[in-house]
Design a protein around this ligand. Structure first.
Ligand code: BTN
Length: 330
C-alpha cells in the first residue's frame, strides 16, 4: 500500500476505534472489515503512533485506543466540536509565517464564513502595532477566523471586543473564574498579565466590509522559559497562571462555540447585546490611565466603553472617545 493510501486507512481506523477507548480490537478482524492486509493495519497503527496517538498494540494481534494527542489536527478539533458553523472548515498547518496572512488569502478566494486557519507554530506571527507575536511550537494556539460581517468598517473594533469576551468566557471554563480580564481594546489578562491577544484585520472600502480576519494568539502551555525575557513582567500563559497544562484542542472547541454565540448576538444587536459583559470583564474601568493614540499621549480616568466599542476617558479637557490606542495604568 502506498503512503497516501496508508494515511487514508489510518484516518478510517482512527474514526472507528477512537470512540471506544479501552476496547480491545482484533487486528485481523479489523483488516478484514477494511478489506486490507493485516500488515496494512500495522502500517496505519505506526502512522497514528507517530502522530502522537497512544495505542496499545499487542504483537499485531490486538489494538486498543488509549488517548489522543493534544495536537491541533483537523480531526482532533472536529471530534467533539459543538458548533454549527465555526470551525467546521479547518486549514491546519504544522508551521506557517502567519495564520492571518493565509486566512486573508483564503477569504479573497471566497472560503466560507467560519473557516479557521490554525498552526502549531508561526515563524512571523504578527501582533498589533506592527509587533511580532512569539509563537513557539505546540504550546500555544495560533488561529485565524474568517467572517463576512455586513457592517460599516467603523464598527470593526467591536468585533475585537466581542472576540475578547468569547475568549475570556472560554478561558474561565478552564478553572480561571474571577481572574480573567479584558484590557481594552483586545488583550485578555490573567492576574494583570497578558495571556491572549487579538489582531483583527479588515478588508473593505469606506462604508463596506468585504471580509474580516480575526487572529487569536493564546499562550496556553508555555513554561516560563518559553516567554521572551523582555515580556516576562507583562506576559503569562494559562499553564504558568494555573500551574497545570491544558488541552489546547478543548480550548479551541470551547472558544469556537462561545464565539459563535457572541457573534450571533453581535449580528443581531451590535455591541449592545454584550456590552454588560465587556464592562464586567474590563480591567480599565474606574482606573486612571495613560492612552497613546497616534502621536498623542493622554491621561485621564477610564469611565466607560460605549456601544461602538470606544473607550470613554474623562480628561482635564473634557470627555474623549478613543477607537484605538495603547493603554497603560498610570
Ligand atoms: C496582539 O495582542 O498584539 C495581537 C496578537 C495576535 C496574534 C495572533 S496569532 C494568530 C494570528 N496570526 C498572526 O500573525 N497574528 C494573530
Amino acid at each position: 500500500m502506498d503512503n497516501s493510501s496508508l494515511q487514508k486507512l489510518a484516518d478510517r481506523l482512527l474514526a472507528k476505534i477512537r470512540n471506544h477507548p479501552g476496547h480491545e480490537y482484533n487486528s485481523e478482524k479489523l483488516a478484514k472489515s477494511f478489506k486490507v492486509e493485516a500488515a496494512d493495519i500495522q502500517g496505519a497503527v505506526t502512522i497514528l503512533k507517530r502522530m502522537g496517538y497512544v495505542l496499545k498494540s499487542d504483537h499485531g494481534k490486538k489494538l486498543v485506543f488509549v488517548s489522543p494527542p493534544d495536537r491541533l489536527f483537523e480531526e482532533e478539533i472536529l471530534h467533539g466540536l459543538k458548533t454549527r458553523k465555526f470551525g467546521r472548515k479547518i486549514h491546519a498547518y504544522q508551521s506557517v509565517q502567519s495564520t492571518n496572512t493565509i486566512a486573508h488569502q483564503l477569504a479573497l478566494a471566497g472560503i466560507p464564513e467560519g473557516t479557521i486557519v490554525i498552526a502549531e507554530k508561526q515563524t512571523r506571527g504578527r501582533g498589533r502595532m506592527g509587533r511580532r507575536w512569539h509563537s513557539p511550537e505546540k504550546v500555544g494556539i495560533y488561529m485565524s477566523l474568517v467572517i463576512y460581517p455586513q457592517i460599516d468598517p467603523k464598527l470593526a473594533p467591536g468585533l475585537s471586543l466581542m472576540t475578547a469576551v468569547a475568549l475570556a468566557e472560554a478561558i474561565e471554563k478552564f478553572g480561571f473564574k474571577q481572574e480573567v480580564k479584558i484590557k481594552w481594546p483586545n488583550d485578555v489578562l490573567i492576574g494583570n498579565k497578558k495571556t491572549a491577544g487579538i489582531l483583527t484585520e479588515l478588508s473593505g472600502e469606506i462604508g463596506r466590509t468585504h471580509h474580516v480576519v480575526i487572529g487569536i494568539g493564546i499562550n496556553v502551555n508555555q513554561k516560563s522559559s518559553d516567554i521572551p525575557e523582555d515580556l516576562k513582567n507583562k506576559a503569562t500563559s494559562l499553564r504558568i497562571a494555573g500551574k497545570k497544562m491544558l488541552s489546547r484542542v478543548s480550548l479551541v472547541q470551547e472558544f469556537l462555540l462561545l464565539f459563535e454565540k457572541e457573534y450571533g448576538r453581535f449580528r443581531k444587536s451590535g455591541l449592545n447585546g454584550i456590552r454588560k459583559k465587556i464592562l464586567s470583564y474590563s480591567s480599565l474601568l474606574g482606573k486612571r490611565i495613560k492612552i497613546t493614540s497616534g502621536k498623542e499621549i493622554i491621561e485621564g480616568n477610564a469611565i466607560d466603553i460605549n456601544g461602538e466599542g470606544h473607550l470613554v476617558v474623562e480628561t482635564p479637557s473634557g470627555v474623549r472617545l478613543f477607537n484605538a490606542g495603547e493603554v497603560t495604568l498610570s
